[in-house]
Write a protein that binds this ligand. Sequence first.
Ligand code: GLC
Length: 653
Amino acid sequence: MQEQARAVFRHHDARFESFWKRLQAEFERIFRLFHQLYGWQWDFAWHLETLMEALGRAAAARPNHLEPADHSWMSDPGAVWAMTYIDRFTGDLAGITEAVPHLRSLGVTHLHLMPPYAVPPGPNDGGYAVSDYRLTRPDLGTIDDLAAAIRALDDAGISVVLDFVANHTADDHAWAEAAKQGDAKYQAFYHMYDDRWVPDRYVSLLRPIFPDRGGDTFTWRADVAGQNGGKWVWTTFHSFQWDLDYRNPEVLIAMAGELFHLTNLGAAIIRMDATPFLWKEMGTTCENLDQAHVVLQLFNALTKVLAPGVMFLSEAVVHPADVTRFIRQDECPLGYNPLVMALIWEAFATGKAVLLADALTRRTELPAGTQWLTYLRCHDDIGWGFADEDAERLGIEPVVHRSFLNRFYAGELAESFSAGARFQNNSITGDARISGTLASLAGLERAGSDPLLRDLAVRRILAMQAISLTSIGIPLLYLGDEIGQLNDFSYRQDADLADDNRWMHRPRFDWEALAVAEQGTGPAGQILAGVRSLLEIRRQHPAFGEGVPQVVQTRHPGVLAYLRRARRDHDEVLVVVNLGALPAEAWLALDETWCDPSTGRAADRQAPLLLDPYEYLLLLPGRIAVAAGPRTGAGAEHPAAGSEKPRSTPAHP
Ligand code: GLC
C-alpha cells in the first residue's frame, strides 16, 4: 500500500514521506470515526480504501507553496477577522487586492470571502447553494483567479476563510441532476421520498428554519423521477438547497473530495456551514446529533493529513451548550459566538447588563487550543439564542423577552432606536429573527439628520463595538459596518433577492463613503476612527487574546464591567461600559484603583464612577498622574492621586 501511495506522488519523495507520516499519525482516528459511522456496512473496508485513495491523490496534488501554518495567532490580540461578499466589496476577485490598504488600516488578519462557487441561475442564498465547488461564479472570475486572490491576500498578510457548505448542494449540482434523472446512486445522495410516509414521521420534531417559505422541511419536486411523478426532498433551508444524506458513505467520500479540492485552493480556514444539521435520524430533532460531530471530526482528521495548517470554523446558531460542543481542537477549533452577539443587542435594548454578564461568566469557557469569533452581526439575521433556563434563573420570561426584542429591533416600539425588520416571522410560534445593518439597528438610520440622535447613535455603535472587540475571542467585522453603512433596500427590485430581507443588511461596500470617513468627520468618520482606536488598543494588550472575562459588580444595572487578564506579561485591562442613553453612576467592586492613562480617569471602590451616555472606558491597573486634560465623563473624581503604590501602566496609543 505504501508503494502504491508513493507512486501517486510521482517520486516527490520528501512530500510523500511527510504525507505518510501524517497519515500514520491520523489513521487510527480516521479508521475509528469512519467505523463509527459506517462500520455496520458489509463494504466498509472498500469505502475506507476509496476515501484513502482520494486523500492521497489530493495530497499529491496539493500545491507546493502551501506550507503548514502556525496557529499562535489564535491568542494574538492583533488577530482581526472581516467578512464580505466579493461582488459587493470589490466587484470581482481580481479587484480584491485593491482593498488591501483598507483592510490593513483595520489590522485585518483574516478575510472571509463569502461563497464564490458556481451557483444556479436565480436565487442561490447568497452563494450557499453550491452547484460546483470546482468552479466559481463567472462574474467573480475563474477558479484560478480565486487561488490567485488567496495567494495575493496571503502575501499581504491576510489569510483567507472559505466556506464548505456540507449540509446540502444546489438543486442543479451534477449529483442533483443525476438524481432528477432517476439515477438510483445519486437519489441515495439525498433524502428523497416517493410519498409523505417517511417525511411525516420526521416533521413533527423538526424546527422550521425558513418558515416564510411555507410548507415544512420537505419540498415536493416534480422534476425528480419518482413513482408518483416526483419526490419529496429534504430541504432544511430553501427549496433549491437539497440536504445530503451522510448515512450513505458515498456521500461522505464525495463531499470529502470537494473539501480536499477546496482546501487545496489555499484557504487557511474552512468555515463549516450549518454544522448542526449534518446528520438526520428519525425520532430526533435532527440537529446537533452525535454523528454530525463525528462527520466533522472525520473531516478534521482527513484535513490534518492533507493540510495540517488548515483549521475549521463552526457555524452553529443553536442552544449555547450545543454551540460549544462543536468547538474542539479535533473538530472545529473555532466557532462563532452567537450568544454574546445576541446578548450585546439585548443589553442595549434593555439597558441592562444582567443576561450578558451572566453569559460572559458562565458560557465563554472553551477547551484549550480553541477560540470564539465574536461579532455584532454577520450576513445572517440576528436570533435570540440565549438559553431559556439562563433567562428564567435571572427572573426573565424567555418567550416574552424574545418577543420584546423582536418588536424592539423591528422598530415596532415607540422607545426603539432601531430600523430593523423581522426575518422569518413564524406566526404559529411567534418566533422571529432580525435583519438590519449594525448602524441601522443601532439608531443611525432613525436619527436622520438630528445631530443629537446621531451623536447618541454613534456612541451606541462604538459602545457595542467596544464590547464586541474586548469581551471574548477574536473579533469579526462585517465590512461596511466600520463606516456605519445603513440598510439597503435595493434588493426589493431584484426578483432573485426580494424574498429574503437579509439582503437589506448586505449593502455594496461604499468606497466613496470610506473616502469621506477618512477625513474623520460625520458619523462615518467618527465610527471609523473609534473602531480603529479600539482595535489599536486591543492589539497592545495580550489580555484580550486569552482567557475569559471576569465580570465586576458595578451596583448599576446598566453598567457592564469586566476584567481581561493574560498570564503573558501579567497584562490586565478593565472594561467599563454604560449601556444606556443616560449618564450612569457605578460603584465598582475593585480591590485596587484602575485608571485611564490618557485622561487620568480612575475607578475604585471608594468613589463612584460617573459615565456619560454609552461611554466606555478601558482602564489599566494603578494610578498615574496626568496633567488635567479633557474629561469626557460627567465626573470621575477620585481620591488624591499618588496615595497608592505606583504600578506599571502601559500607555494606550
Ligand atoms: C448558513 C449561512 C446562511 C445560509 C445557510 C444555508 O447559516 O450562513 O446564510 O442561509 O447556512 O446554507
